[in-house]
Ligand binder design. Structure first.
Ligand code: CMC
Length: 428
């Protein structure tokens, strides 16, 4: 980061002025380095929701929310999503470069070989009630990996944390599939080494022992694209959680497990599940106007799920790619995409994009508006949607964990504006 200029802050209480350096990145907005703000002014800065705060410096993902641009390590998302496979993107995030053909094959093979989980962990799945949400099981199981794979837990050794990184990325799909199978009382299906990484996810969810499973290339491509589009997204809530946990020197299993918790909520990774639930409730194009009116009503907590984004104030480039995939899937005669829900979704999109309320607030369809319908067409149940998000995001979280480690960042410790009671006199 280069330093070119400064910002002057004047404290009107005493007329004193202080200079804070402006730091420039390679592209995107510069930042004001306020690390000496408290020392100089005796005040903290306040930024509810961290809207104007850069919490770290990073070379992984770049987003231009105004232009609707997203890049991983300098590669545009549409190039990665349309010309590359998810394993390439995972390699790019972990090793900072796209793989050669040989590297890709070696990486894919390594992920496949590591995709099995310790048999002792099976008891963990047994312990959960049948209707346990797969996100709860996933979070617990990722944390539990540290108890079964305790041979490489040194967070200061690059070879050991890379070991943990690959284990997490490879095993999360298996854990996800097992948690789904257990929740439905279905026999668990082990990874099939003859199948690719993404193909195996669909296989483990759908297969039955000794039965033939026919997966169409377009289905595998659709899921691969969803995973690529979710692989990283700068300093969002779950990534910030992962980095915060990492800053305490906790290992990647603990950090990723915490990230899963942060991702679960409906404002973040839970949104695509909420989109489908909401489309089902709306149910018919004739009800769309009523629900748009509810979304606009300030006295009604109802929000249009799959609309709006903290960063994208133009369009979400991931949404445009997925809309195209959804339309391709709709042309496949033997893939069941819920046409009624697509019709309702299209009507919502059409109505909202013309509505002054949504235009004024830059509220566009986001990635979740389309991903839920695609996952449903792939036969993936709603309560697994956020889990699929986790499979995609795991390489990004780990790349962020590694970057924090490489920068030797300080522990994350924000301050607050205290508004509680002043000291009270206790009655003895
Ligand atoms: N429906 C109706 N109004 C909305 C919506 C919506 N989906 N989203 C934002 N607004 C309004 C909001 O009421 C506010 O209006 P006003 O200025 O009059 O008070 C204005 O737009 C700004 O909203 P905000 O809550 O301050 O924006 P935010 O940046 O804090 O929240 C968001 C971003 C994504 C949480 C929010 O847009 C939302 O709740 N969307 C629905 C949930 C959703 O689709 N989440 C997935 C996000 S994409 C996945 C990911 O990257 O993790």
């Amino acid at each position: 980061m280069g330093q070119k200029n400064s910002v002057t802050v004047t404290d009107n209480r005493n007329g004193k002025s202080y200079e804070f350096p402006i730091l420039d990145g390679t592209i995107g907005p510069s930042v004001v380095d306020i690390s000496s703000f408290y020392k100089n002014l005796g005040m903290f800065t306040f930024d509810n929701g961290l809207t104007s705060t850069a919490s770290c410096q990073s070379a992984i993902t770049y987003i231009d929310g105004e232009k609707g641009k997203l890049m991983y390590r300098g590669y545009d998302i549409s190039y990665l999503a349309t010309q590359k496979i998810f394993a390439d993107t995972a390699h790019l995030l972990l090793y900072k470069k796209l793989p050669t053909d040989e590297e890709r094959e070696a990486f894919r093979l390594e992920l496949k070989r590591r995709s099995f989980i310790h048999e002792g962990m099976i008891k963990l799945f047994d312990a959960f009630p049948d209707n346990a949400h797969p996100m709860a099981i996933l979070s617990a199981a990722v944390s539990t990996l540290s108890t079964f794979y305790f041979d490489h837990l040194d967070v200061d050794s690059p070879s050991e944390y890379m070991e943990m990184a690959k284990r997490i990325i490879a095993k999360i799909p298996t854990i996800a599939a097992f948690s789904y199978r257990y929740s439905r009382g279905l026999p668990i299906i082990y990874p099939n080494l003859d199948r690719g990484f993404v193909e195996n996810i669909l296989y483990m969810l759908r297969a039955f022992p000794y039965d033939h499973v026919n997966l169409k290339p377009i289905e595998v491509k659709a899921l691969d694209t969803i995973l690529t589009l979710h692989a990283d997204h700068e300093q969002n809530a779950s990534t910030t959680t992962v980095r915060t946990v990492a800053s305490t020197h906790a290992h990647p299993y603990a950090a990723v497990s915490a990230g899963i918790g942060a991702l679960w909520g409906r404002a973040h990774g839970g949104a695509n599940e909420s989109v489908i639930r909401q489309l089902e409730v709306i149910g018919d194009v004739k009800n769309v106007e009523k629900y748009i009116a509810k979304a606009k009503d300030k006295n009604d907590p109802f929000r249009l799920m799959g609309f709006g984004h903290r960063v994208y104030k133009n369009f979400d480039p991931r949404a445009a790619i997925l809309k195209n995939i959804r339309d391709q899937l709709m042309k496949e005669s033997d893939i069941k995409i819920d046409e009624n829900l697509v019709e309702v979704a299209n009507k919502i999109e059409e109505t909202a994009l013309k509505d002054e309320y949504f235009i004024k607030r830059n509220l566009y369809p986001n990635i979740d508006f389309y991903s839920g319908l695609i996952l449903r067409a792939l036969g993936i149940p709603k309560d697994m949607f956020a889990v699929i998000f986790v499979i995609g995001r795991a390489p990004g979280w780990i790349a962020q964990w590694i970057e924090l480690k490489e920068h030797n960042e300080r522990i994350t410790r924000p301050r607050q504006l205290y508004v509680g009671p002043e000291e009270r006199t206790p009655k003895y």
